[in-house]
Ligand binder design. Structure first.
Ligand code: F6P
Length: 544
């Protein structure tokens, strides 16, 4: 048993869970009419309601005691001070420096000066593309931006450019290509003109197989369709920490936007990785995005823990994962433009906290991380909500929605939000046998039919959800929301005593793929793997 699961704060929470689990959420609401006021928080335009979670005042007190026991305050200070808390890679974790407006140092160096310099470089470039002084090889203005990256070098730009579509400048279209499947690049290029297309090759390491393969194919397409070697400079820029590899690839380092190893890939949209975002929405909105994140950073760094949104969001997750043993967390934005938000959080949360050993290298004996998935409402309602309402799996869900919309089509938005509120209420309350019986009896059904239908029409309820409402999905609010989840992940990693900032787990598959790629070209049956892998490879080869 680990020291964490034997610690006083953990044991107190375990004992408390057995008591509170006997009180359904319905009962908690019936007992206390002030529940919403007690268990919701506001910061800026953001409302965080965790009153539909199985908590009472004791739960909050005990969760805060756990945070204190685990030294959360101290770890926050260490992160903000630029300490190398990503110890397996010997790096600080300083994404907050990317949006700071006060100096932040690491290794005695003011990293915020560097950030400012690159932001200026981004600003100048965006200006040149927008005012059309940067033109393609034939003298035409750039109309299409293709970001080629994957993981953190893709999901942030995709998610944010989609979410901020109402803020896009009209003269540019932004496309993002990530998948190694040639279909992604080919279908994107189909409608593009090389003379008016700018490629951003985004890769922190500039060694990622998917990105470099797509980048090479994009360059080939460019050269085969009217471009030439001299024109590559005007049509290909890079975003990376690896100047040498950028230059080896054939992009002039003068056309490179730098970032630094202290920016984790999944925390990098605020850096030059955000170049497609800045191009799509303009620098003013990009700076608002940063300002929103900065406001959340300041809140996280200074607010008392019981009023601190990321801390409480993180602790509620711990409560669910470690004490109610849920393994599944739905992210359900009631906003179509946030359709990539669940995918973005998948990387942020699962790559950060999917770890099986503590900072000391000991195996954990408690769950870390959770399976994140989701879809925008109300589409999900007509797909997987059945299982949420009447299935047997345990889960929790975050519902997110703006109170004002960008597309006020007759009654669409009130109807959408009515569904949000109804779903969280239905999941919490369920429908008892008694309620179903009286409803069916009122429909004049026979007593036999009522009894027959009864079990199928009841809802167990007691499903915990968290609701996050915000005024409008503007750049600053989106920045706040993303930073909220970034810091939530930090809080949970500290409680679990893991390193949230490395990702060694993605390496094994990459290594094996390298070996198998070579085998696919061989002219003899493959026998060196397990029977299944051999069989799959040989079947594939037989079809070529
Ligand atoms: O999936 C592993 C990973 O290293 C992510 O952490 C990262 O965001 C992604 O690959 C892309 O890496 P890079 O930006 O170096 O190409």
């Amino acid at each position: 048993m680990s020291t964490l699961t034997r610690s006083p704060a953990w044991l107190a929470l375990s004992a408390h869970q057995t008591k509170i689990a006997k009180r359904p959420l319905r009962a908690l609401f019936n007992e206390d009419s002030q529940r919403f006021d007690k268990f919701s928080l506001q910061f800026g335009d953001l409302l965080f309601d965790y009153s539909k979670q199985p908590v009472d005042a004791t739960t909050v007190r005990l969760l805060l005691a756990l945070a204190e026991q685990q030294g959360l305050a101290d770890w926050i200070t260490r992160m903000a001070a630029g300490e190398k808390i990503n110890f397996t890679e010997n790096r600080p974790v300083l994404h907050i420096a990317l949006r700071a407006n006060t100096p932040i140092f690491s290794d005695g160096k003011e990293v915020t000066q560097e950030v400012k310099r690159v932001l200026q470089q981004i600003e100048q470039f965006v200006e040149k593309i927008h005012n059309q002084s940067h033109r393609g090889y034939s003298g035409l203005p750039i109309t299409d931006i293709v970001n080629i990256g994957i993981g953190g070098s893709d999901l942030g730009p995709v998610m944010v450019t989609e979410a901020l579509r109402p803020y896009h400048v009209p003269q540019l279209r932004v496309h993002c290509v990530s998948n190694l499947d040639g279909a992604h690049l080919s279908t994107t290029l189909q409608s593009l003109n090389p003379a008016t297309t700018l490629f951003i090759i985004a890769s922190k390491t500039f060694t990622t197989q998917e990105t470099l393969t797509n980048a090479r194919s994009a360059r080939r397409w460019f050269l085969e369709n009217g471009g030439n070697e001299q024109a590559v400079a005007a049509h290909f820029v890079a975003v990376s920490t690896n100047r040498e590899a950028v230059s080896q690839f054939g992009i002039n380092p003068d056309n490179m936007f730098e970032f630094w190893d202290w920016v984790g890939g999944r925390y990098s949209l605020w850096s030059a990785i955000g170049l497609p975002i800045a191009l799509a929405v303009g620098m003013e909105h990009f700076r608002s995005l940063l300002a929103g994140a900065r406001a959340m950073d300041n809140h996280f760094l200074t607010a008392p823990f019981e009023q601190n949104l990321p801390v409480m969001l993180g602790l509620i997750g711990i409560w669910q994962i470690n004490f109610f043993h849920i393994t599944s967390q739905a992210i359900l934005p009631y906003d179509q433009s946030m359709h990539r938000f669940p995918a973005y959080l998948q990387q942020l949360e699962m790559e950060s906290n999917g770890k099986h050993v503590t900072r000391n290298g000991e195996a954990v004996d408690y769950s870390t991380g959770v399976i994140i998935w989701g879809e925008p409402g109300t589409n999900g309602q007509h797909a997987f909500y059945q299982l949420l309402h009447q299935g047997t799996q345990q889960f929790t869900a975050d519902f997110l929605a703006p109170c004002q919309c960008h597309h006020p089509l007759s009654r669409h938005h009130p109807m959408l939000l009515a569904n949000f509120f109804a779903q969280t209420e239905a999941l919490m309350r369920g429908k008892t046998e008694q309620e179903v019986r009286s409803e069916l009896t009122n429909q004049n059904l026979s007593a036999d039919l009522v009894e027959y239908l009864l079990p199928h029409r009841t809802f167990p309820g007691n499903h915990a959800t968290t609701s996050i409402l915000f005024k409008k999905l503007d750049p600053a609010t989106l920045g706040m929301l993303i930073a909220l989840y970034e810091h939530k992940v930090f809080v949970q990693g500290i409680i679990w005593e893991i390193n949230s900032f490395d990702q060694w787990g993605v390496e094994l598959g990459k290594q094996l793929a390298g070996r198998i790629l070579a085998e696919l070209a061989l002219d003899k049956p493959i026998t060196g793997h397990d029977a299944s892998t051999n069989g799959l490879i040989n079947f594939y080869r037989a079809q070529q």
